[in-house]
Design a protein around this ligand. Structure first.
Ligand SMILES: [Zn+2]
Length: 340
């Protein structure tokens, strides 16, 4: 078994809009950081798998899929608030297929951990609509595919700055996929309140931990140790899928959270250790957002070091601003709501 496997989105630079923060440079900065650490060449890279129509249609509505495909074929411009190019449909399918390749390799025991550089990103894409720079929901398509291959309980932990409204929407009424999100609130897309916890068969299978601006390492680690890990223990997932955005970093221009790269590494280490103890070490990480390239390089090295169980030094250090403590009241309410 490999310790780690990667996916790289070949040709992804054809999905780009001049001056837009969701730029191809994001992925290239992470590749450079992984290469400098000696990991990029050390572990196998997987080609994308085909996303089967029955998986695609279980996650996204046929109307949205044909709208997206036709909009790209006509030359592309915009779908909702999100830019398109003529290449975007094929690249979105490729990103989803690459995320699936990595997740499936981990699920089937060919690799212990996976890291998919999924671009275009996915977690804002709902059943019905691409938004927030996301076209197809990569992590949801991978989870759905694993469910169709026999997985009974999967957990998606979304650590992006923004709430993964699309992923929540897709699994909101389902009991087989636990969705847990930390995110800055209030902020785009406006969803992810503490009291959004799923409905029907999905009741208590969605958990949201909104963090006020100024929350940093202390807040994230408290939420991880006191809420996320206990909820994983309760749900007993067979694998962890992580929506990894590096935009909670204190240098990110779109957010006001104060997470450090070392803090991100500590979060990933907690999840990797949990997986080692409870689900054969199965962790697959999917790239979502993150807009400061230097922060992205540092967070990515920190996360991959954590997945590999290696030490790592954070040259960017902690936020120069002090952490707000306003998150403590959310933590107390969350502990009460979840009976923890
Ligand atoms: Zn984000």
């Amino acid at each position: 078994m490999h310790d780690l496997t990667f996916f790289y989105p070949e040709g992804h630079a054809a999905h780009a809009e001049p001056g837009h923060p969701e730029s191809p440079l994001r992925v290239e900065a992470l590749v450079t950081a992984l290469r400098e650490a000696g990991w990029w060449e050390a572990y196998p890279h997987l080609p994308p798998l085909e996303i089967l129509p029955q998986v695609l249609h279980a996650v996204h509505s046929p109307i949205y899929l044909s709208l997206l495909k036709e909009a790209c074929a006509r030359g592309g411009r915009l779908i909702g608030d999100t830019y398109l190019t003529p290449a975007s449909w094929e690249l979105a399918l490729q990103a989803a297929g690459g995320g699936l390749a990595v997740a499936q390799a981990v699920w089937q025991g060919q690799a212990r951990r996976g890291f998919a550089l999924t671009r275009p990103p996915g977690h804002h894409a709902t059943c019905e609509l691409g938004m927030g720079f996301c076209l197809l929901n990569n992590i949801a398509l991978a989870a759905q595919s694993l469910v169709q291959q026999g997985a009974q309980r999967l957990a998606i932990i979304d650590l992006d700055l923004h709430h993964g409204n699309g992923t929540q929407d897709i699994f909101y009424e389902r009991g087989d996929v636990l969705y847990i999100s930390t995110h800055q609130s209030p902020l785009f897309p406006g969803t992810g309140n503490l009291n959004e916890t799923g409905v029907g068969a999905g009741l208590a299978c969605t958990a949201n931990f909104p963090l006020s601006a100024g929350s940093g390492d202390e807040a994230f680690l408290a939420v991880m140790d006191r809420l996320i890990l206990p909820l994983l223990g309760r749900f007993e997932p067979q694998m962890l899928l992580v929506s990894y955005g590096f935009d909670p970093h204190w240098k990110d221009p779109l957010g006001s959270l104060l997470l450090s790269a070392a803090g991100y590494g500590a979060l990933a280490r907690r999840l990797a250790d949990w997986a080692d103890a409870h689900c054969a070490g199965r962790v697959a990480v999917f790239l979502e957002g993150g807009y400061h390239l230097e922060a992205g390089a540092a967070c990515t090295q920190a996360v991959v070091a954590a997945l590999l169980g290696l030490p790592w030094q954070d040259a960017l250090g902690p936020s120069p601003q002090p952490e707000s403590q306003a998150w403590r009241s959310m933590l107390q309410r969350a502990l009460q709501l979840w009976g923890l």
